[in-house]
Design a protein. Structure first.
Lengths: 119, 119, 119, 119
């Protein structure tokens, strides 16, 4: 994954929104709904596929749709975080650190039934 | 937003999953469901708030919950993209470029009723 | 709301699925994803509307879209419940009964900040 | 599925909300978010299960959780439809009728790749 550009994307989205006078729509409630809507479109790509078909989706005719929905999810997530003043990478790293402690490898090895199970 | 670490996060999630033998659960179907589940938790924070209350959420007792859910959404999004071999920043920038052409500022200024309306 | 037809709808959906050999797709995982996808489409209708515009949506050009998405959500919910052997009305009534006890009117009157806040 | 009670449930939800002065929270935007939040909780139950485990979920320790989430989804769906003045059974039956024409059995038999694929 390219490592440059998350901050650049955040700034570009600000500019994009300002140029269109769309900032008024970008409230936390609205953006969280938009984020959920795009995740819903992502689910629709996978919903009827077998696990095997889903694993091969990037070699199928739906590959471009997958990229498109992942782009939309990323865009709304970055915009929402910006409006809330949250640094996504900072919170993600902090959460991962907590998860390392909550789920020691020796206790959860290969088990998805240890509630709550998280990445 | 910090600009380092998206690639680092991707690699850390690989390692985290491998250490716990959780790679078997990280299929595209499963991860898209997990992503939707976390977005659902984010919605739950905002659902009963007025627009004004939602705008002030980071100064409220729910601020840590917001950060926590944004972290989870980021984590699952990065992991899903990794399993699909998609570069989130690359597709997001490409999509934003297309949106610039689809929605010229002079045509959509301040309007959310131009379908489809997107960020 | 018409009171006949929930059981009829369940049976019609069985027949509809069997006639198209689509039963193989109607697993709990797939149907829950489809349900989430349709709810996502519903969110997309409301996401950029002000609270006032959303309250007037059934008098707008989006009224048919709202009906369409509510229909899809109902269909997938009824189908999912059928595949799981769950009686939606029975569980909803039982849950409402529990909520009456969890949220006594005198304690929660007009407050959405009593966690967990539920309908 | 019991066939009485959908209209009764609608009326009970009105009464339940009025007694708690919660009607102010039950706008279309808020209720659609709450609906999505509950569907997210449903997804979380199924997300790490194999198709086989998901098919057996009602015989597992998660059965009560499934019933609980289906109850919540039903409750918010009925309440949202009531606030919008939509008869869920009427629109579901109408949609199913259109789907019968859009997807003739002889054309779609056993295929989930005919876009858009719907129940």
């Amino acid at each position: 994954m390219s490592d440059e550009g998350l901050e650049a994307l955040r700034v570009e989205l600000q500019e994009f929104s300002r140029e269109r006078d769309w900032e008024q729509f970008h409230t936390p409630k609205n953006l969280s709904m938009a984020l959920a809507g795009e995740v819903g479109e992502l689910l629709e790509i996978f919903q009827w596929l077998t696990p095997e078909q889903a694993a091969e989706v990037m070699g199928s005719s739906r590959a471009e749709d997958v990229r498109d929905e992942l782009a939309d999810v990323t865009i709304y997530l970055v915009r929402l975080a910006d409006m809330l003043g949250v640094d996504l990478l900072e919170v993600a790293h902090a959460k991962l650190e907590r998860n390392r402690e909550r789920f020691p490898p020796t206790q959860v090895n290969g088990r998805a039934d240890v509630p709550p199970v998280e990445l």
